[in-house]
Design a protein. Structure first.
Length: 263
C-alpha cells in the first residue's frame, strides 16, 4: 500500500473519513509492507449494515455515460476505487482481484465499478491519470488501465513517450486527439475532482475503496471484497424488499394476476 500526506477532513463526512483514513488503514493494511501482496484479511461483519456510512454511499455517481466505470448504473452494489497508476498495490489489485470481481459480480449485474483518479506520486502520476481520462473519451479507458497496470509497466515510468505507447497498446484510435485531450482543461478538471473527493473522504493511501458506503483500505485479499460485496448485495435486496408496495389480496371471485377465468 502506498501512502500520502495526511489530509484535513471536511465536516459532514468526518466520522466516515476517520474510518477510511485511520481505522480502516490500521485494520486492513498488508501484514508486511515489504511483502508485496501479502496481506491480512480485513474483518467483514456478518451484519451487512455494520461499518456502512450513508454519507459515503452517496459518492457513487451511477452515471450511465461515465466512461471510467464498468457495469450497470443501477447495479445494487457500487465499488469506488481511488487509485494511482504508479501504485504497486493498485496494480496488484488490478491484475489479481479486479478481473475476478468483474467475472463474478459485474457480468451478472450485481456490481458496478467506478474509477477515481487519485494521483499522489507527483507529475508522472498526474500525467498518466489525465491520459487515462483521455483514453476514456475514446472508449478505451479500461484497455489503457490494463496496459498501465501490466506487470512491469510501472517500472518503465509514465513519461510522454511511454504514455503514447500505452495508448497505442490500448487501441486508442485517434492519437492526436488523445495527446490533446491529455493536456486539456477538461482532463485536468476531471482528475482534480476525483482527487479532491478522495481527499475530502480522508483517504491517505492507495488503493482506497468504498463499497456501498463501507470503506476498505489497501489491496486486500479477494475474500475481503467478495464478502463485502455479498453483504452489500444482501442489504440492498433487503432494503428493496422493505420498500416494495404491498399488494392487497384479491377479493373472492376476482381473477388473480396470471390466471384465466371462465366467462
Amino acid at each position: 500500500m502506498s501512502r500520502s500526506k495526511p489530509i484535513v477532513v471536511v465536516s459532514g463526512v468526518a466520522a466516515a473519513a476517520v474510518l477510511l483514513g485511520v481505522v480502516s488503514y490500521t485494520a486492513t493494511k498488508p501484514a508486511s509492507p515489504g511483502a508485496a501482496g501479502s496481506s491480512s484479511v480485513a474483518e467483514v461483519s456478518a451484519d451487512p449494515s455494520a461499518g456502512v456510512y450513508a454519507e459515503l454511499e452517496a459518492y457513487a455517481r451511477r452515471d450511465a455515460s461515465d466512461k471510467l466505470a464498468l457495469g450497470r448504473a443501477d447495479a445494487p452494489v457500487v465499488l469506488i476505487e481511488y487509485a494511482d497508476f504508479k501504485c504497486g498495490y493498485c496494480g496488484k489489485f488490478a491484475r489479481d482481484t479486479e478481473p475476478v470481481l468483474v467475472r463474478k459480480y459485474v457480468d451478472d449485474g450485481t456490481l458496478r465499478i467506478e474509477w477515481r483518479n487519485f494521483p499522489i506520486f507527483g507529475e508522472e502520476s498526474e500525467a498518466v491519470a489525465r491520459a487515462s481520462w483521455a483514453a476514456g473519451q475514446q472508449g478505451r479507458f479500461w484497455e489503457f488501465h490494463k496496459a498501465a497496470y501490466a506487470e512491469g509497466a510501472k517500472e518503465k515510468g509514465f513519461g510522454k513517450d511511454r504514455i503514447a505507447a500505452l495508448a497505442k497498446e490500448a487501441g486508442v484510435p485517434d492519437a492526436a486527439r488523445f495527446a490533446k485531450d491529455s493536456e486539456g482543461a477538461a482532463a485536468r478538471a476531471a482528475v482534480s475532482a476525483d482527487q479532491e473527493q478522495g481527499y475530502s473522504l480522508g483517504a491517505t493511501s492507495t488503493p482506497s475503496f468504498l463499497i456501498n458506503g463501507r470503506p476498505i483500505a489497501g489491496a486486500q485479499p479477494l475474500e475481503t471484497f467478495t464478502e463485502t460485496i455479498e453483504a452489500a448485495a444482501e442489504a440492498a435486496e433487503a432494503a428493496g424488499a422493505s420498500k416494495a408496495p404491498k399488494t392487497a389480496a384479491p377479493a373472492d371471485g376476482a381473477t388473480k394476476p396470471g390466471s384465466d377465468s371462465a366467462r
